[in-house]
Design a protein around this ligand. Structure first.
Ligand SMILES: Cc1cc2nc3c(=O)[nH]c(=O)nc-3n(C[C@H](O)[C@H](O)[C@H](O)COP(=O)(O)OP(=O)(O)OC[C@H]3O[C@@H](n4cnc5c(N)ncnc54)[C@H](O)[C@@H]3O)c2cc1C
Length: 613
């Protein structure tokens, strides 16, 4: 089945809703125009459809392997990675000082949305290389920047982000890999696991950005430092030198993401492994968090991209698969069979997917856009306002978008019936590949605790209160909307419920029962996500409504019959009409889950803590 991207919705988000052309007013983006942005998105689509997507089935089948002590990646990955790097796709928003294209983060999210689901396992190679190179560019010494950034951002060398150890997954503070001072550098010993693209021979060098503990450092996360360790030492002239005793000891066999080599790594096992510090000793976690926050946004986008790809497959399939008659003809044995897209239950499954994709896409793109403004504005008030929103909503982008994506893709598979369960139709691989989004870069449980335990409480609740204020103003301004009045009322009520549940859980926690709010942290993340996404999708519907009215006006159409005909025949009218219906569906069908969650969060049920496992 063909990989299809909904370019219309991506353009709507970037150019109609966010109007990212306005970012060109910033010094950093002054050499770009809206036309440049559109051209780049077009090229991304061609690359995704023609070059990357055809690699998904074969690389899913063959997968990365560990053969005689070496990591072996499928040939298709190698060929495609070189084409990808030649086009500069790994460094879309990276600094031009180091060979990047210097484009806004929002555009990088747009191109990522187009490219990632074409082969998610493939996309991690250069994705993590540019993320680690960007961190070195922002936080590294001049030596590190000059030695590594350009080589990595142009795809000559590869990078990996290295935290996890067997005993230290979510509990990052339990990292044991040790770093011993040796003059200006350090010598590493230890083992890491689950490192995406941690070793391979597709690039001439491999650069690890890793957390380790300097000998004598305090326990826990406060004793972690961040290092750069190359696989091959770099000579003063920039050429590759001796092996640095950083090597793969295995490649995981995984449920999905087969193109990606998920490696276990040893440092300094049979010789010295030298590393260079980023920042100061014991500051590692604060610096790594900068990368992880970007990466969490990136994983949220990955969920959007995968759910969007699966929805397109389900939609195409539902229009082709003939099965059963229309419900109106159920008693007529001679009635013709119809495509399954005619059946109400299939339409519900399709619209749920469309609503999830469009709501989470709007969430992730908006947060990226705010991040661009934070990084470029000279207005302190604006910077603070957007920075607060980015902080608060990052766990929602990561935790909610990936969980909802997985749910959405199960529906895409369900629409395919038994064929979806078979590999040929391309939807099962998306489901397998999507599960990891809820696990790496901090599991959903960890995102939920970050949201409820940290972000909501942060600065005496200021970030949360400001967000609630934004929702209240939004509802108040639109409560008399001619078509969406009921939906704004529903959002207003759900927002009040979110506040009430936040107070309930907060009061329990402050009263000394810490376990109770944490027991409900993940349902609370869903509740928050449903409310936030209703805001984003209704905000889109408002614009769609205005645009649709303008089309009716321009065509001189006032009667309902004429409008219905136009929506069938006119591309933009159909798009805006559907956008409004999708928002209505989200608010009427997904948002009410808030009340089920609220009832359980207010139940005072403590059975998870009482049960004897
Ligand atoms: C395909 C793949 C690629 C990966 N890529 C990388 C990479 O490039 N770099 C890297 O460093 N790591 C990587 N990882 C590791 C990944 O980040 C970890 O798997 C993840 O952080 C979870 O850690 P864990 O597997 O040890 O699970 P655990 O931490 O053992 O968690 C198990 C379960 O317990 C829950 N849990 C744990 N602690 C708590 C707590 N305190 N409170 C409540 N619930 C808790 C979790 O939410 C989860 O549901 C990758 C993993 C995979 C599978």
């Amino acid at each position: 089945m063909a990989y299809r991207v909904d370019m219309r919705d991506i353009h709507f988000n970037l150019f109609e809703k966010l109007d990212i052309g306005n970012l060109c007013a910033f010094e950093a983006y002054k050499d770009f125009s809206t036309d440049d942005y559109k051209m780049i998105l077009n090229e991304a689509e061609k690359l995704a459809v023609n070059v990357i997507a055809p690699t998904l089935a074969p690389t899913d089948k063959d997968g990365a392997k560990f053969v005689e002590g070496q990591v072996v990646v499928p040939e298709e990955v190698r060929d495609t990675l070189h084409k990808f790097n030649e086009g500069g796709w790994g460094a879309v928003s990276a600094s031009p000082e180091f060979g990047g294209q210097g484009l806004p983060a929002t555009l990088a999210v747009g191109t990522g949305d187009i490219l990632v689901a074409a082969n998610t396992g493939f996309s991690g190679y250069q994705g993590l290389t540019s993320a680690t190179a960007n961190l070195i560019a922002e936080e590294g010494s001049d030596y590190l920047k000059e030695t590594y950034c350009e080589k990595m951002l142009t795809g000559v060398w590869a990078g990996a982000m290295v935290l996890t150890e067997a005993q230290a997954g979510s509990a990052v503070g339990d990292i044991k890999t040790s770093a011993k001072r040796d003059g200006d550098t350090y010598l590493l010993t230890g083992n890491k696991i689950f490192i995406s693209g941690g070793d391979h021979d597709m690039n001439e060098n491999m650069v690890h950005v890793l957390l380790a503990r300097v000998e004598g450092a305090p326990p826990g996360i406060k004793g972690l430092s961040l290092f750069v360790a190359p696989k091959y030492l770099v000579n003063p002239d920039g050429t590759i030198g001796q092996f640095n005793h950083l090597k793969a000891t295995g490649v995981e066999e995984k449920m999905g993401m087969h193109a990606s080599a998920t490696c276990s790594i040893s440092y300094g096992e049979d010789g010295p492994c030298r590393a260079w510090i980023i920042g100061e000793e014991n500051q590692g976690i604060q610096i790594m968090f900068k990368l992880m926050n970007h990466a969490r946004l990136g994983v949220g986008m990955q969920g959007v991209s995968q759910a969007a790809a699966a929805y397109q497959l389900a939609l195409d399939y539902a229009k082709e698969r003939i099965q059963g008659t229309r419900i109106e003809d159920v008693r007529d044995a001679s009635a013709p069979s119809v495509p399954i897209v005619e059946h109400p239950d299939v339409r519900r499954m399709l619209l749920t997917q469309k609503a999830v994709v469009e709501a989470t896409r709007s969430l992730v793109y908006s947060v990226s856009y705010w991040l661009d403004r934070v990084n470029n504005t000279t207005d302190d008030e604006e910077r603070q306002r957007y920075s607060d929103l980015v902080e608060l909503l990052t766990p929602i982008c990561k935790g909610y978008s990936t969980e909802m994506a997985f749910h959405s893709i199960t529906l895409a598979l369900q629409v395919h019936g038994g064929y979806g369960y078979c590999e040929e139709y391309g939807v099962s691989v998306l489901l397998r590949d999507a599960k990891i989004g809820t696990i790496y870069e901090g599991t959903t449980g960890i995102q939920a605790m970050d949201l409820l335990g940290r972000k909501v409480a942060m600065q005496k609740g200021r970030l949360f209160q400001n967000f609630v204020g934004l929702l209240s103003d939004f509802v108040k301004s639109n409560i008399a909307h001619p078509e969406l009045e009921r939906h704004f009322k529903l959002l207003g009520e759900a927002k009040d419920q979110l506040v009430a549940t936040t107070i309930t859980l907060g009061t329990k926690g402050m009263g000394g029962d810490i376990a109770y709010p944490l027991q409900y942290a993940t349902p609370y993340l869903f509740m928050f996500g449903h409310v936030a996404c209703s805001y984003f999708i209704l905000d889109q519907a408002l614009l769609a409504y205005e645009k649709l009215q303008a089309i009716y006006e321009e065509k001189g159409i006032r009667d309902d019959g004429g409008k219905a005909q136009l929506v069938q025949a006119h591309g933009d009218a159909k798009f805006y009409f559907n956008k409004i219906e999708t928002a209505k569906f989200f608010v009427a069908n997904i948002l009410p889950d808030v009340y089920g969650i609220a009832r359980s969060a207010e139940s005072d049920d403590k059975s998870p803590m009482h049960i004897v496992f």
